[in-house]
Design a protein around this ligand. Structure first.
Ligand code: ADP
Ligand code: MG
Ligand code: MG
Length: 912
């Protein structure tokens, strides 16, 4: 037999299973799995993603065997259901549902009730004994099909519906009679014909193939493409199509439809969380047309409508059982869709539920305690990029706030910004650097780019499972949904809160996505707490990861933050900021502008005690952990006085004329400072600067060892080395100073001397450079600039265009360019180890806090990554993922992958 293009599921048997997501898409794979474990799933079949891929490869032609396979599987469904597709007496109706490998919420539209026409509707009337229901189903089908498949604008048919209600003098759909729906079906079809010039298809088979084609077509629509781009989903994956027999939640008050999460997706609490609607079909719950009711009383709020537990107790109990079965089976929190037709419960979907970072952590910890998963699995359940949410600020509880409205706490965190009312406005304002809050009546997939650009999202309508809520949680963005307290007026560009406050476009508001509160103005925020379950997960993380994580920190304050977030050292302390401080810049300028060595030494002597104090503060804060200090790096002109009054002041202290100083300033001007007189080029030409810094480092260390009983191994880092000779000179100078200081103090302090690898030449000649370096730290910010030959400060003019148009996949300053810059990093590691096998290797560019880059760093065998203090937990978690995934990929190499970093093994050069 050749390739199987269609997979059947029904009555306890399925061709596929949950592991076949690539082929069947997430929805199809889980429908198969649920069927096979005995859950009540309406029978159907899945057309594979491979068909989608081949369809686009072959000029939008289906593989030849597909038609026959669809026929055969349709016949199996008919046999099981005892109904026939297109039959006049007892017709089978189906839904046609898309389903990609990764869930793409709301990206592609489902068509329900397919198979209805003027003949089959009579069969539905006969079977259900409910003419109104039959014509309601029929008109819904015509609306959905004409929109999704035929390209009819939704509003045009909606308009006819509104007119019908006006004519009947009613407000609600439910008040329309069977005859009204029947008339509307004809009116809809006439309108479709008049608008599109084609008849609405009567033939069910034609309808089916039209719908299948539309699902495959929607894979390439703009919404889907945008979503894929934002979520890094390759277009080659394709979508599957699920054809499934219909069940009806809208045949009366013993019918319902709902969505639920097996645990709270916002907090992670272990209770059954969900919403449902009596007598409703499919999308009604998420569409926000009617206010959904809670499935139970677990979190009763005054004003809640009756719950499913009360209204349909038997079905509810069955659903609770299914919840347990699913959690024990999948060992993860599930997001489910169900429908009740005349008291009988059907499962229509399950998938691993999207959750906030907070929920991810709580669920992971709880499930370990419940014995469902082990610690390694728990660690892998939390996405590193998600942690950002937790590390984000929340409202300062002590701050005064003027609450003007309250909605649903749909996605936690807090955000403040200027109000905008459209996604496009949000995007363009954000591009100009404005922080904005996107306010909508409700959001739809067309708004994704605006939601992405906004700090937070506020909607007037929709529940906790509305589009806005689901998408915001996925993005880790603060969201207040269903805020009925506000009246949004797009026309006037404002919204009015219940208390009468008018908020105009551009006014600042604050959202609290954890409470649902909306506040006027900008409310102060505080940093996130990181105790409790977070600490538990992070302790597991630290058990499993191979790489160490350090922080880039220049001050004792930053160092403390970094320690609190679990940093195991400082990977980069930039000394230049110490030079900028108000009380020292004069001395620094004096040094730069001095005509001779004597003058420079005099000025440096003033700076020395200050630098020493800085280093002592840092060493104390790091309590014996490794600290890498980079010697002066930026071009000198950055320190120069620009204004006359500064020059005059200097001329007074230095006893040199202002005119002379001005000449010197002009002389120091550089055309291309980034590639100019900076880094070790300063150290080579003005050795006394580095000597002073090394002396300050060593004296600080010696004094702490002597007076405070400290353990410290300073790591002295020489920046911007291109040729080995630069480093050997700098190293010899530094060693001389270190030895001299130690002799003076009569103490022995171990130390390392190493270099940044931030120029391509250094990476390429790393074997030679390593002969003079105890460690390498890849400075991937500069390495990216110098490898691409672009300046980060000027890249804003073209880099966004490159990324948007796919010329570059990612911004290389955010995610390491693995093929180019990464290849140099790899080469640097390999060559460095050739001549110094135990060389300590790390990274200190901003990439050290980017999860994908961290995983790359693990793969080339770096000993540590260093990143900004707030990203330390993200890097720790990413490092653990790297180790665990590498172990899973190569079980044989387990022992080797778990080897310790070489922080402990590295031999310092003391006494060298
Ligand atoms: P999405 O991917 O947007 O969630 P779905 O394919 O799950 O789209 O379908 C949308 C809605 O239609 C869901 O609420 C689902 O429960 C409902 N639905 C889909 N297929 C059927 C069916 N065979 N019978 C009843 N309802 C269905
Ligand atoms: Mg669904
Ligand atoms: Mg640099």
């Amino acid at each position: 037999m050749g390739t199987q293009y269609v997979y059947f599921f029904g009555a306890g048997k399925a061709d596929g299973n949950a592991k076949m997501k690539e082929l069947l898409g997430g929805k199809g794979a889980n429908l198969a799995e649920m069927t096979a474990i005995g859950l009540p799933v309406p029978a159907g079949f899945t057309i594979t993603t491979e068909v989608c891929t081949e369809y686009y490869k072959n000029n939008q032609q289906y593989p030849a065997p597909l038609a026959a396979e669809v026929e055969a599987n349709l016949a199996r469904v008919e046999a099981l259901m005892g109904k026939k597709f297109g039959d006049a007496k007892n017709p089978l109706l189906v839904s046609v549902r898309s389903g990609a490998r990764a869930s793409m919420p709301g990206m592609m539209d489902t068509i329900l009730n397919l198979g209805l026409n003027d003949t089959t509707v009579q069969g539905i009337i006969a079977q259900s004994g409910d003419e109104r229901f039959a014509y309601d189903a029929y008109r819904r089908f015509v609306q959905m099909y004409s929109d999704v498949v035929m390209g009819m604008h939704k509003d045009e048919l909606e308009h006819l519906l509104e007119r019908k209600k006006d004519a009947r003098g009613v407000h609600l759909d439910t008040e329309l009679a069977a005859s009204d729906w029947k008339e509307l079906v004809s009116e809809f079809k006439a309108k479709i014909k008049a608008t599109l010039g084609v008849d609405f298809p009567e033939d069910p088979k034609e309808q089916l193939w039209g719908a299948i084609g539309a699902v495959f077509g929607s894979w390439m629509n703009q919404r889907a493409i945008t979503y894929r781009k934002l979520n890094n989903i390759p277009a080659e994956w394709g979508t599957a199509v699920n054809v499934q027999s219909m069940v009806f939640g809208n045949m009366g008050d013993d019918c319902a439809t709902g969505v639920a999460f097996t645990r709270d997706p916002s907090t992670g609490e272990n209770y059954f969380y969900g919403e449902y609607l009596v007598n409703a079909q499919g999308e009604d719950v998420v569409a926000g047309i009617r206010t959904p009711q809670p499935i139970n009383r677990a979190k009763y709020k005054p004003g809640d409508l009756p719950s499913m537990e009360e209204v349909l107790p038997e079905c509810y109990q069955q659903l609770v059982q299914i919840r347990d079965i699913l959690e024990r089976h999948y060992k993860d929190m599930q997001d489910i869709e169900f429908t009740i037709e005349k008291g009988i419960l059907y499962m229509l979907q399950c998938r691993s539920g999207k959750r906030t970072a907070k929920a991810a952590i709580k669920i992971a910890v709880d499930m370990v305690a419940e014995g469902l998963i082990d610690e390694k699995t728990a660690v892998l359940r939390v996405a590193p990029s998600q942690l950002d949410q937790l590390l984000h600020p929340s409202l300062d509880p002590k701050a005064e706030k003027k609450v003007i409205a309250k909605g649903l706490p749909a996605s936690p965190g807090a955000a403040a910004g200027e109000v905008v009312f459209t996604a496009d406005e949000a995007e363009s304002a954000a591009k100009l650097g404005h922080k904005v809050i996107l306010v909508r009546v409700e959001t739809s997939p067309e708004d994704i780019h605006g939601m992405h650009a906004a700090q937070g999202i506020l909607t007037a309508r929709g529940g906790m499972t509305s589009h806005a809520a689901v998408v915001a949680r996925g993005m880790g963005k603060c969201c207040v949904a269903g805020c009925g307290d506000i009246k949004v007026d797009y026309h006037a560009g404002q919204f009015v809160a219940k208390d009468g406050t008018v908020i105009k476009k551009g006014d600042v508001i604050t959202l609290d996505g954890s409470t649902g509160e909306v506040m006027k103005g900008s409310v102060p925020m505080v940093a996130a707490g990181v105790g409790g379950d977070f600490a538990t997960v992070m302790a597991w993380v630290d058990k499993f990861r191979r790489m160490k994580v350090r922080a880039n920190a220049d001050t004792p304050h930053d160092a403390k933050t970094a320690r609190d977030f679990g940093a195991e050292g400082i990977g980069l302390c930039r000394t230049e900021h110490m030079f900028f401080e108000a009380d020292r810049i004069a001395a620094v300028r004096e040094m730069i502008l001095s005509a001779d060595l004597e003058g420079r030494k005099k000025a440096l002597a003033k700076i020395l005690p200050m630098q020493k104090g800085d280093f002592k503060g840092l060493f104390r804060e790091m309590k014996g952990l490794p600290v890498t200090i980079r010697l002066l790096d930026p071009p000198l002109h950055e320190f120069l006085p620009q204004e006359d009054k500064d020059i005059d002041a200097l001329s007074a202290t230095m006893g040199v004329s202002a005119q002379t100083l001005k000449h010197k300033v002009e002389f120091l001007h550089e055309f291309n400072p980034m590639l100019g007189h900076r880094g070790c080029r300063l150290g080579v030409t003005f050795p006394e600067i580095y000597d002073m810094q090394v002396q300050a480092i060593m004296e600080a260390a010696c004094e702490l060892v002597k007076d405070e009983g400290f353990q410290i191994v300073p790591e002295i880092m020489i920046p911007l080395v291109a040729v080995t000779k630069e480093l050997s000179i700098m190293r010899a100078n530094a060693v001389a100073v270190c030895e001299d200081v130690q002799k003076r103090y009569g103490v022995k302090v171990d130390y390392l001397i190493g270099t940044m690898i931030e120029l391509p030449r250094a990476a390429i000649t790393a074997d030679s450079i390593a002969t003079e370096a105890d460690f390498f730290s890849f400075g991937t910010n500069d390495l990216t600039q110098t490898t691409f030959g672009l300046s980060r400060d000027d890249a804003g003019k073209f880099l966004p265009f490159y990324v948007e148009n796919g010329i570059l996949e990612d911004d290389p300053f955010v995610t390491l360019d693995q093929n180019g810059v990464g290849a140099l990093v790899r080469m640097g590691c390999e060559k460095g180890r050739l001549t110094r096998p135990k060389i300590k290797l790390g990274i200190c560019g901003e990439h050290g806090g980017d999860p994908a880059s961290v995983i790359f760093c693990d793969s080339v065998g770096l000993d540590y990554v260093s990143c900004s203090p707030f990203r330390v937990p993200i890097a720790r978690l990413a490092a653990a993922h790297a180790t665990l995934n590498a172990q899973a990929a190569a079980p044989a190499a387990k022992g080797a992958a778990a080897g310790k970093g070489s922080d402990a093994q590295q031999q310092p050069v003391a006494g060298a």
